[in-house]
Design a protein around this ligand. Structure first.
Ligand SMILES: C[S@@+](CC[C@H](N)C(=O)[O-])C[C@H]1O[C@@H](n2cnc3c(N)ncnc32)[C@H](O)[C@@H]1O
Length: 296
């Protein structure tokens, strides 16, 4: 990284004041990141969560953020700025302030969050995280870090959020330390209100799935009825999602399955199995059996 350009003293003073204001560190010292975990978590709850702090970044991270922005602007590296997971929005407010100081008007600061807090971890894949999710610190104190969009907008008052992105950041498409050119996607953001299943139809198959076919989507011990709404070539879906799938059976087509409004769909980004039936009568029989046996 090149050495950052020196800011006029008054700009430096302003940014320092802002960093301390956003992190509730004007009149109190910040929690000691070197302390043991229990002590740090307790101090962090008091210092950030239960105060008017709008960012939980330690000052050193704020300094780093400032240095990175100065560096990309100095070296004229094109692109916007984004924070994925903003909590009360303080770090993005700070990004805007640094751009303002530098008189940069052609870069957007993207504010991306579910605005509903952390998604619940899959207990089978991530048992430790699932346990932490249910802990008193997370449920009672941090409330799963949920901060609504209106609150973040209020924190920005005086600034403007032009295009907030609400959704679940589900797949990181870039890895830490990777060099990227401008325009390369870094994460996939999914809309939790629009859940569908993409079924990679095996090339070697017994039945020909068609739009309108009823299927059962198997998730754990649930059998969820759905309908094939679209059949898409794999390449079209790749182009839309920029996501790579590791498949054990080759597939050139995807059936996109949607659910009725009364149905509770599987959680976002989960892995499911799809069952299809040869004939409508088989489907009805199977659905009746599922209901009868209480499997749904
Ligand atoms: C630890 S807080 C972020 C703190 C923030 N960077 C700051 O400076 O104060 C985590 C945030 O990430 C969001 N979040 C976590 N996982 C997410 C996901 N998969 N998709 C969308 N938002 C997510 C939460 O809603 C929360 O606002």
């Amino acid at each position: 990284m090149s050495s950052e350009p020196a800011l006029p003293e008054v700009a430096d003073l302003y940014l320092n004041l802002l960093k301390r204001t956003l992190t509730n560190t004007i009149f109190t010292t910040e929690p000691d990141t070197e302390a043991d975990t229990l002590r740090y978590v307790g101090a962090a709850i008091t210092h950030y969560q239960q105060s008017s702090a709008v960012s939980m970044l330690p000052l050193a991270r704020m300094d780093n953020l400032q240095m990175c922005i100065l560096d990309v602007v100095e070296r004229a590296i094109p692109g916007d700025l984004i924070e994925t997971g903003v909590w009360r929005g303080g770090a993005t407010i700070f990004m805007r302030a640094v751009l303002k100081i530098l008189n940069v008007t052609d870069r957007v600061v993207w504010v991306a969050d579910s605005f509903e807090g952390l998604p619940e971890p899959d207990a089978e894949k991530f048992p430790l995280e699932a346990k932490a999710f249910k802990s008193a610190a997370m449920t009672k104190h941090y409330k799963h870090l949920a901060v609504g969009l209106e609150e973040v907008e209020r924190n920005f008052a005086g600034g403007r959020i032009l295009a907030p992105v609400s959704g679940i950041v589900s797949t990181n498409l870039a890895t830490l330390g990777q060099s990227l050119v401008a325009g390369t996607p870094i994460a996939e953001i999914l809309d939790p209100t629009d859940i569908y299943v993409d079924w990679h139809i095996p090339n070697a198959r017994l039945i020909e799935p068609e739009v309108g076919n009823e299927v059962l989507v198997v998730f754990g011990n649930r059998r969820i009825p759905g309908t094939i709404a679209q059949i898409l070539p794999v390449s079209e879906v790749y182009a839309a999602n920029q996501q790579l799938f590791a498949r054990d059976r080759p597939a050139t087509q995807i059936a996109r399955i949607r659910f009725g409004s009364a149905v509770v769909p599987p959680p976002l980004n989960s892995t499911v199995y799809v069952q299809m039936f040869y004939a409508d009568v088989t489907y009805r029989l199977a659905t009746a059996l599922v209901r009868l046996l209480g499997l749904q």
